[in-house]
Design a protein around this ligand. Structure first.
Ligand SMILES: Nc1ncnc2c1ncn2[C@@H]1O[C@H](COP(=O)(O)OP(=O)(O)OP(=O)(O)O)[C@@H](O)[C@H]1O
Length: 706
């Protein structure tokens, strides 16, 4: 039959509208592509890091998951296990209730078909009574799921924090290792997403599994009751074949969601890192008017995140379409066929057990149909949920990999096993570093705890990148010495402190030094912790842990000439954002105040008075020395020479000298050096004038110069 005119018009206008829509979408896509052209073209080095290709539902995933589950449920008596069992019980109860309700539904229909008001009222009353615990259980399952997710999250977070704050791992992660670019993201978002996905999946999968088991059992029992139906053996086999084929097809065509979401989470972390950097350096950026550069950078990271999210959305579109086709429509048709086989072949005539008489057995058949339809549909729903969880399991594999990697890297760093480039799996940067200095890769330097002295024997200073700054350093510092450390920028002055304090490992030689608690480092930009003025001074101690009276605090503040701050800021117990409200010099003096509180054996002062006036700086140094504290000072200020007895000088080319500081000699040498420098500065000017004069006198410049 030829289509009518109205149908033709409809088809034509729909096609036209679709074409217009597609053209507009394409143009929009081109516009967007153009506007992001700049940022798309620049690939950051961070983004070029590739993820391991084995992220997915495989043995590695199950092994990783098992390790994490042992952390989540450490003992059978732990709270997370109790919650887990409670949740499981609720899920099982719901399955049994569903079956009971399905049967009840059948009984209601039966009483209706029989036109039996007494049975109808009785069954509907039971239905309403059962609805109360059923609704409670439904709500309780959600409650238990959230509680379980929270318990898992707390367990994992506590475990991760323990690792993160052990053995200065937080420092090592960002300074000595490059596998985790955004530990903050791993510790917060990743843990949360992982635990929520895990508990959701548990809920999502456990119930369907129970449903399948109980529904199958109930159907088998029903079938056994109806022995006269035919085709009953084929139905379960066909069902299993259909389910299995669907699973295989979905697995074959499923995109690698684990890897995709893992990459998305990583890009989200980088974007967050960029925001944190801007917040931390807002003042510097504002002074430079650097917002355009920062915006471009942030936009670039955002675009890369957007690109990944878009990719996942697109992949989901096709996959869900395929999944829906198989599980909604194809299964529905199969289901109808499977339900039809026993019903059509069942010969139930002659059943006369109905009180009001039902010679054709219609009421029983209707009841059986209603119950089996309900059961089959909830069984199909359960299988559908199990299979459609495939992509969620794949996503869980991605998050599991991120959480596992985080814990693994924490563990490795705590045990001084580092890796510089995450892309080169298995390469040991330490061994590489040692090769650079021709050291035996197997031999480690040794740190030996001494009573008081710092003794370095053939100790190299090597950066985490493996660059050798000093090949071999040998010196002895005793507590009665005050050592001034100088040298050009980047020559290894601060690195020497890092090694002495144990932040950087040593590759060879020996380092004898007292316990790290005998050292206290004051950097150029002192760290201001959250809390009161008192908290700043006693950091890293905490109030409640130590007792310190106000007079002592005031005395310390007097020592660094900061007593006026107490009145200005409203007392010792006022919490402020000290980083923002104090000037650079005030912050440095507050940093120095910590020395008067902790009274360490050695004070490591890394240009920590660069913003303090020279007179106040002198007074503070005198007061520190009076306490018997040994000074190790990095400075470029000659005014500080007075307070030191020895000089450790790095030349910048790997050479160094350690000698008694002869202040007069050094002042004379420094004066002479400055004179020579100023004379040399004038040489080009004199040379230019000489050339001019020669030109005026008609002399040959080049000949003479040669
Ligand atoms: N975490 C790190 N990873 C890799 N290399 C580093 C690291 N920290 C410092 N370096 C490198 O070590 C070298 C010495 O740095 P160090 O901080 O010791 O210099 P410095 O003498 O204190 O310089 P300045 O006077 O400028 O403070 C520099 O080349 C620096 O680039």
């Amino acid at each position: 039959m030829a289509p009518s005119r109205r149908t033709k018009i409809f088809i034509f206008s729909s096609s036209f509208a679709l074409i217009i829509y597609l053209i507009r979408r394409y143009r929009r896509y081109l516009r967007l592509k153009k506007s992001f052209k700049l940022v798309q073209s620049q690939k950051t080095s961070l983004m070029s890091i590739t993820l391991p290709s084995s992220i997915g539902i495989n043995k590695r995933f199950f092994n990783q998951l098992l390790v994490i589950i042992k952390i989540l449920i450490p003992r059978l008596r732990s709270d997370s296990f109790v919650l887990f069992i409670t949740h499981l019980t609720a899920l099982i109860s719901r399955t049994f209730l569903s079956v009971y309700i399905a049967r009840l539904d059948g009984a209601i229909v039966k009483s209706l078909v029989q036109r039996n008001p007494r049975d109808f009222i009785r069954t509907i009353s039971i239905f309403l009574t059962v609805a109360i615990p059923a609704s409670f259980i439904n709500s309780f399952i959600k409650f238990a799921e959230s509680k379980l997710a929270l318990a898992f999250r707390s367990k994992l977070t506590r475990y991760a924090y323990d690792s993160y704050f052990r053995n200065q791992t937080y420092y090592r992660i960002s300074n000595l290792d490059t596998r985790l670019l955004t530990p903050d993201q791993n510790l917060t978002d990743d843990i949360e997403t992982f635990t929520t996905t895990l508990t959701h999946l548990f809920s999502h999968l456990t119930k369907p599994f129970f449903d399948i088991a109980v529904v199958s059992w109930t159907l088998v029992v029903m079938v056994l009751e109806k022995k006269r139906a035919r085709g009953l053996k084929e139905v379960p086999i066909l069902t299993i074949i259909v389910i299995f084929m669907t699973f295989l097809a979905l697995r074959k065509f499923s995109p690698r969601f684990g890897k995709l979401v893992s990459e998305e989470a990583r890009r989200r972390g980088l974007l967050r890192l960029a925001h944190t950097r801007i917040i931390t350096n807002a003042e510097e950026i504002a002074f430079f008017d650097g917002h355009e550069v920062e915006k471009d950078w942030i936009l670039k990271l955002y675009c890369q995140l957007r690109e990944q999210t878009n990719l996942i959305i697109k992949k989901k579109l096709w996959f869900i379409m395929f999944e829906q086709f198989l599980m909604k429509y194809f299964w529905h048709s199969c289901g109808m066929v499977f339900i039809a086989i026993p019903i059509l072949t069942y010969d139930g005539s002659g059943e006369t057990d109905d009180p009001i008489g039902d010679p054709l057995g219609i009421s029983s058949r209707t009841e059986a149909f209603t119950v089996s339809k309900n059961l089959l549909s909830s069984g199909a729903d359960a299988v559908e949920r199990v299979i459609s969880s495939y992509k969620e399991i794949a996503q869980l594999a991605g998050y599991t990999n991120r959480v596992y990697t985080m814990l693994h890297v924490f563990e490795e760093c705590a045990h001084e096993r580092y890796q510089l480039r995450p892309m080169t799996v298995g390469e040991d940067s330490y061994i590489e570093a040692k090769r650079k200095v021709n050291l035996n890769p197997q031999g480690e330097g040794q740190i030996i705890e001494s009573d008081e002295d710092i003794i370095a024997e053939n100790l190299p200073i090597i950066t985490p990148n493996g660059d050798v700054i000093i090949e071999s350093l040998s010196l002895k510092i005793t507590p009665n010495m005050h050592v001034l450390i100088t040298g050009p920028n980047g020559c290894g002055k601060s690195s020497f402190f890092r090694i002495v304090r144990g932040l950087w490992p040593i590759y060879s030689g020996f380092l004898h030094r007292p316990n790290p608690s005998n050292f206290f480092l004051i950097p150029q930009r002192p760290y201001m912790c959250p809390g009161t003025l008192r908290d700043q001074i006693i950091y890293p101690h905490r109030m409640g842990q130590v007792r310190i009276d106000d007079n002592h605090i005031m005395e310390i503040l007097n020592n660094v000439e900061l007593q006026y701050i107490v009145q200005r800021e409203g007392g010792l117990n006022v919490e402020r954002d000290w980083k923002d409200i104090l000037s650079g010099g005030e912050k440095q003096r507050l940093g120095l105040a910590r020395i008067f509180y902790h009274k360490p054996k050695y004070a490591l002062l890394d240009e920590c008075t660069s913003a303090v006036s020279i007179d106040v700086e002198g007074k503070i140094y005198e007061r520190v020395k009076k306490l018997g504290i040994s000074l190790l000072t990095i400075t470029h200020r000659p005014s500080l020479w007075t307070y030191h007895t020895h000089l450790l000088q790095f030349n910048g080319d790997g050479q160094w000298t350690f000698e008694i500081l002869d202040r007069e000699k050094h002042l004379t040498l420094k004066g002479e050096k400055e004179r020579v420098e100023s004379q040399l500065a004038g040489v080009p000017e004199i040379q230019r004038r000489l050339d001019e004069l020669r030109q005026l006198l008609g002399e040959d410049i080049t000949d003479d110069q040669n």
